[in-house]
Design a protein around this ligand. Sequence first.
Ligand code: ZN
Length: 221
Amino acid sequence: MNGTQILTLGLGLEAPWTLKDQHLDTAVSPHRLDLHVEAERGNLYPCPECGKACPAHDFTTRTWRHLNFFQHHCYLHARVPRAKCPDHGIKRVEVPWARPGSDFTLLWSIKEKLRWIQQAPTPRGARWRITRFLNFAREAIADKALLAPVRKALNILERHADRVIRRWLSALTNARLEGMNSLFQGARSRARGYRNEGYFITMIYLIGSPVGSLLDQAKST
Ligand SMILES: [Zn+2]
Protein backbone atom coordinates (compact mmCIF):
# COMPACT_ATOMS: atom_id res chain seq x y z
CA MET A 1 0.00 0.00 0.00
CA ASN A 2 1.46 3.36 -1.03
CA GLY A 3 1.04 6.82 0.49
CA THR A 4 -1.80 7.79 -1.81
CA GLN A 5 -3.74 4.64 -0.94
CA ILE A 6 -3.22 5.23 2.77
CA LEU A 7 -4.48 8.80 2.47
CA THR A 8 -7.44 7.61 0.38
CA LEU A 9 -8.39 5.18 3.15
CA GLY A 10 -7.83 7.81 5.81
CA LEU A 11 -10.09 10.24 4.00
CA GLY A 12 -12.80 7.63 3.58
CA LEU A 13 -13.01 8.25 -0.16
CA GLU A 14 -15.43 6.14 -2.15
CA ALA A 15 -15.93 5.71 -5.91
CA PRO A 16 -16.07 7.75 -8.09
CA TRP A 17 -13.79 9.94 -5.92
CA THR A 18 -10.08 9.26 -5.90
CA LEU A 19 -7.04 11.09 -4.59
CA LYS A 20 -5.18 12.39 -7.63
CA ASP A 21 -2.46 14.52 -6.11
CA GLN A 22 -0.92 15.51 -2.80
CA HIS A 23 1.44 18.32 -1.99
CA LEU A 24 3.26 19.02 1.24
CA ASP A 25 4.47 22.61 1.62
CA THR A 26 7.29 22.73 4.15
CA ALA A 27 8.11 26.39 3.43
CA VAL A 28 5.23 27.53 5.62
CA SER A 29 4.78 27.03 9.34
CA PRO A 30 2.94 24.95 10.30
CA HIS A 31 3.50 22.78 7.23
CA ARG A 32 0.56 22.49 4.90
CA LEU A 33 -0.69 19.33 3.20
CA ASP A 34 -2.97 19.85 0.19
CA LEU A 35 -4.91 16.87 -1.11
CA HIS A 36 -6.52 17.00 -4.52
CA VAL A 37 -9.50 14.77 -5.11
CA GLU A 38 -11.13 14.09 -8.45
CA ALA A 39 -13.98 12.07 -9.83
CA GLU A 40 -13.38 9.84 -12.79
CA ARG A 41 -14.14 11.42 -16.12
CA GLY A 42 -17.50 10.66 -17.73
CA ASN A 43 -18.96 9.52 -14.43
CA LEU A 44 -22.65 9.86 -13.63
CA TYR A 45 -23.64 11.52 -10.36
CA PRO A 46 -26.72 11.01 -8.19
CA CYS A 47 -29.19 13.89 -8.24
CA PRO A 48 -29.39 15.10 -4.61
CA GLU A 49 -33.20 15.24 -4.89
CA CYS A 50 -34.07 11.85 -6.40
CA GLY A 51 -30.81 9.88 -6.55
CA LYS A 52 -31.07 9.31 -10.29
CA ALA A 53 -27.67 8.95 -12.01
CA CYS A 54 -27.17 12.10 -14.09
CA PRO A 55 -24.39 13.53 -16.24
CA ALA A 56 -22.28 16.41 -14.92
CA HIS A 57 -23.35 19.85 -16.13
CA ASP A 58 -20.28 21.76 -14.91
CA PHE A 59 -17.66 21.70 -12.13
CA THR A 60 -16.53 24.08 -9.39
CA THR A 61 -13.34 23.70 -7.37
CA ARG A 62 -14.01 23.72 -3.65
CA THR A 63 -11.77 23.51 -0.58
CA TRP A 64 -12.44 21.98 2.84
CA ARG A 65 -10.41 22.19 6.03
CA HIS A 66 -9.56 18.65 7.08
CA LEU A 67 -7.99 17.12 10.18
CA ASN A 68 -4.31 17.81 10.67
CA PHE A 69 -2.17 15.02 9.36
CA PHE A 70 0.43 14.65 12.08
CA GLN A 71 1.41 18.30 12.65
CA HIS A 72 0.53 19.39 9.10
CA HIS A 73 -2.52 21.51 8.43
CA CYS A 74 -4.54 19.67 5.85
CA TYR A 75 -6.84 20.96 3.11
CA LEU A 76 -8.93 18.91 0.73
CA HIS A 77 -9.65 20.25 -2.76
CA ALA A 78 -12.09 18.79 -5.26
CA ARG A 79 -13.83 19.70 -8.47
CA VAL A 80 -17.45 19.19 -7.53
CA PRO A 81 -19.96 18.71 -10.35
CA ARG A 82 -23.48 19.93 -10.71
CA ALA A 83 -25.68 17.13 -11.98
CA LYS A 84 -28.24 17.74 -14.71
CA CYS A 85 -31.36 15.86 -13.68
CA PRO A 86 -34.21 15.60 -16.22
CA ASP A 87 -36.72 16.07 -13.38
CA HIS A 88 -34.99 18.48 -10.98
CA GLY A 89 -32.70 20.52 -13.19
CA ILE A 90 -29.12 21.44 -12.33
CA LYS A 91 -28.17 20.53 -8.74
CA ARG A 92 -24.88 20.57 -6.83
CA VAL A 93 -23.78 16.99 -6.09
CA GLU A 94 -23.19 16.01 -2.46
CA VAL A 95 -19.71 14.82 -1.50
CA PRO A 96 -19.20 11.92 0.94
CA TRP A 97 -16.64 13.71 3.13
CA ALA A 98 -18.64 16.83 4.03
CA ARG A 99 -22.15 18.06 4.67
CA PRO A 100 -23.75 20.16 1.93
CA GLY A 101 -22.57 23.77 2.10
CA SER A 102 -19.94 23.11 4.78
CA ASP A 103 -16.35 24.34 4.41
CA PHE A 104 -15.15 21.58 6.74
CA THR A 105 -14.95 17.83 6.32
CA LEU A 106 -17.06 15.58 8.56
CA LEU A 107 -14.07 14.48 10.62
CA TRP A 108 -13.01 18.08 11.16
CA SER A 109 -16.55 18.97 12.30
CA ILE A 110 -16.55 16.01 14.70
CA LYS A 111 -13.20 17.09 16.12
CA GLU A 112 -14.39 20.67 16.64
CA LYS A 113 -17.50 19.42 18.38
CA LEU A 114 -15.27 17.48 20.77
CA ARG A 115 -13.52 20.72 21.61
CA TRP A 116 -16.92 22.15 22.39
CA ILE A 117 -17.42 19.33 24.96
CA GLN A 118 -14.09 20.17 26.55
CA GLN A 119 -15.06 23.80 26.89
CA ALA A 120 -18.15 22.92 28.93
CA PRO A 121 -17.96 25.01 32.13
CA THR A 122 -19.51 22.38 34.42
CA PRO A 123 -19.74 18.57 34.59
CA ARG A 124 -23.47 18.89 34.03
CA GLY A 125 -22.89 20.97 30.94
CA ALA A 126 -20.36 18.39 29.77
CA ARG A 127 -22.92 15.60 30.07
CA TRP A 128 -25.41 17.54 28.01
CA ARG A 129 -22.79 18.31 25.39
CA ILE A 130 -21.65 14.68 25.19
CA THR A 131 -25.22 13.60 24.45
CA ARG A 132 -25.56 16.26 21.77
CA PHE A 133 -22.17 15.31 20.38
CA LEU A 134 -22.99 11.61 20.11
CA ASN A 135 -26.20 12.39 18.21
CA PHE A 136 -24.39 14.80 15.92
CA ALA A 137 -21.46 12.48 15.21
CA ARG A 138 -23.58 9.38 14.62
CA GLU A 139 -25.80 11.23 12.22
CA ALA A 140 -22.77 12.68 10.44
CA ILE A 141 -20.96 9.37 9.89
CA ALA A 142 -24.25 7.59 9.10
CA ASP A 143 -23.53 4.36 7.24
CA LYS A 144 -20.05 5.22 5.98
CA ALA A 145 -18.23 1.92 6.23
CA LEU A 146 -14.76 3.45 6.40
CA LEU A 147 -15.72 5.44 9.48
CA ALA A 148 -16.72 2.29 11.38
CA PRO A 149 -13.75 2.67 13.79
CA VAL A 150 -15.01 6.17 14.65
CA ARG A 151 -18.42 4.68 15.39
CA LYS A 152 -16.75 2.21 17.75
CA ALA A 153 -14.98 5.07 19.52
CA LEU A 154 -18.31 6.86 19.94
CA ASN A 155 -19.75 3.77 21.63
CA ILE A 156 -16.79 3.70 24.03
CA LEU A 157 -17.29 7.38 24.81
CA GLU A 158 -20.96 6.74 25.50
CA ARG A 159 -20.21 3.79 27.79
CA HIS A 160 -17.59 5.73 29.73
CA ALA A 161 -19.36 9.08 29.79
CA ASP A 162 -19.78 8.97 33.58
CA ARG A 163 -16.07 8.52 34.16
CA VAL A 164 -15.16 11.18 31.64
CA ILE A 165 -17.45 13.64 33.42
CA ARG A 166 -16.23 12.69 36.91
CA ARG A 167 -12.73 13.71 35.97
CA TRP A 168 -13.93 16.89 34.35
CA LEU A 169 -12.44 19.50 36.61
CA SER A 170 -9.07 17.92 37.30
CA ALA A 171 -7.96 16.31 34.10
CA LEU A 172 -8.75 18.40 31.06
CA THR A 173 -5.82 20.76 31.14
CA ASN A 174 -4.22 22.47 28.20
CA ALA A 175 -0.95 20.76 28.96
CA ARG A 176 -2.61 17.43 28.30
CA LEU A 177 -3.82 18.60 24.91
CA GLU A 178 -0.52 20.16 23.98
CA GLY A 179 1.26 16.88 24.73
CA MET A 180 -0.45 15.26 21.73
CA ASN A 181 2.63 15.16 19.56
CA SER A 182 4.32 12.54 21.70
CA LEU A 183 1.17 10.46 21.42
CA PHE A 184 1.52 10.41 17.65
CA GLN A 185 4.86 8.65 18.06
CA GLY A 186 3.12 6.11 20.26
CA ALA A 187 0.52 5.50 17.57
CA ARG A 188 3.09 3.82 15.38
CA SER A 189 3.83 1.12 17.89
CA ARG A 190 0.19 0.65 18.78
CA ALA A 191 -0.74 0.33 15.10
CA ARG A 192 1.28 -2.89 14.79
CA GLY A 193 -1.65 -4.76 16.23
CA TYR A 194 -4.01 -3.29 13.66
CA ARG A 195 -5.16 -4.99 10.53
CA ASN A 196 -4.26 -2.34 8.02
CA GLU A 197 -3.01 1.17 7.51
CA GLY A 198 -6.53 2.51 7.38
CA TYR A 199 -6.88 1.68 11.03
CA PHE A 200 -3.58 3.36 11.71
CA ILE A 201 -4.81 6.59 10.10
CA THR A 202 -8.02 6.38 12.08
CA MET A 203 -6.02 5.91 15.25
CA ILE A 204 -4.02 9.01 14.52
CA TYR A 205 -7.24 10.90 14.11
CA LEU A 206 -8.59 9.60 17.37
CA ILE A 207 -5.41 10.05 19.36
CA GLY A 208 -4.82 13.48 17.87
CA SER A 209 -8.33 14.64 18.49
CA PRO A 210 -9.58 15.40 21.98
CA VAL A 211 -11.55 12.14 22.05
CA GLY A 212 -8.21 10.38 22.44
CA SER A 213 -7.55 12.08 25.75
CA LEU A 214 -11.12 11.56 26.88
CA LEU A 215 -10.92 7.85 26.13
CA ASP A 216 -7.52 7.43 27.74
CA GLN A 217 -8.84 8.99 30.90
CA ALA A 218 -11.93 6.81 30.87
CA LYS A 219 -9.87 3.66 30.50
CA SER A 220 -7.36 4.56 33.20
CA THR A 221 -9.97 5.41 35.81
ZN1 ZN B 1 -33.54 14.45 -9.67
